[in-house]
Design a protein around this ligand. Structure first.
Ligand code: DLZ
Length: 158
């Protein structure tokens, strides 16, 4: 369960396999760009740290998190792509818009992974405030982009 007490980016090095020949799609939502760019940088740094080659990383931007599943589907449909990482940030507002977007994105991303039988990772922050988002995008609670990359790598090791 997520906790506000520790860095969420700490992880065991178990199941980290060679990814030098793996190809990753990375979909980044432009909404809340300050946060999503930090998530992207965290994911990028982690993939490179564990041996991914720059030329095997394919980034696509989408306007908002709602568009993440479709772009993930376009990438997952490519035979050469091994895993897709979806990065976004939906901040709680005053209306139910937040719930509709989060539900759609979570279900959409799940469905893409199941449909294409590939890891499609949910690297989407759903904070109550902008500060909570920043805390999880390279701040005091680590970087969810880093976690998303580690999750993709671990799933490729099955
Ligand atoms: C419209 C909207 C709102 C209100 N808030 C967010 C948000 O916090 N994070 C995000 O990624 N996107 C937001 N969007 C945009 C939607 O994701 C989507 O791009 C539009 O509804 C168009 O489909």
């Amino acid at each position: 369960m997520a906790t506000s007490l520790k860095s969420l980016s700490t992880h065991s090095e178990k199941n980290i396999q060679d990814i030098s020949d793996k190809k990753f799609g990375i979909v980044v939502a432009e909404w809340n760009e300050e946060v999503t760019e930090s998530l992207y940088n965290g994911a990028l740094e982690t993939l490179l740290k564990y041996g991914a080659k720059k030329e095997n990383l394919f980034r696509k931007n989408v306007p908002g998190s709602f568009e993440l599943p479709l772009a993930a589907q376009w990438l997952a449909a490519l035979e050469e792509i091994d895993a897709v990482i979806c990065l976004g940030c939906v901040v709680q507002g005053e209306t139910r818009h937040f719930d509709f977007i989060c539900d759609a994105v979570a279900h959409g991303i799940t469905n893409v992974g199941l449909k294409f039988d590939k890891p499609v990772i949910f690297g989407v922050l759903t904070p109550n405030t902008q500060q909570q988002a920043l805390d999880r995008a390279g701040g005091k609670h680590g970087n969810k982009g880093d976690e998303a990359a580690i999750t993709a790598i671990k799933m490729l090791g099955f």
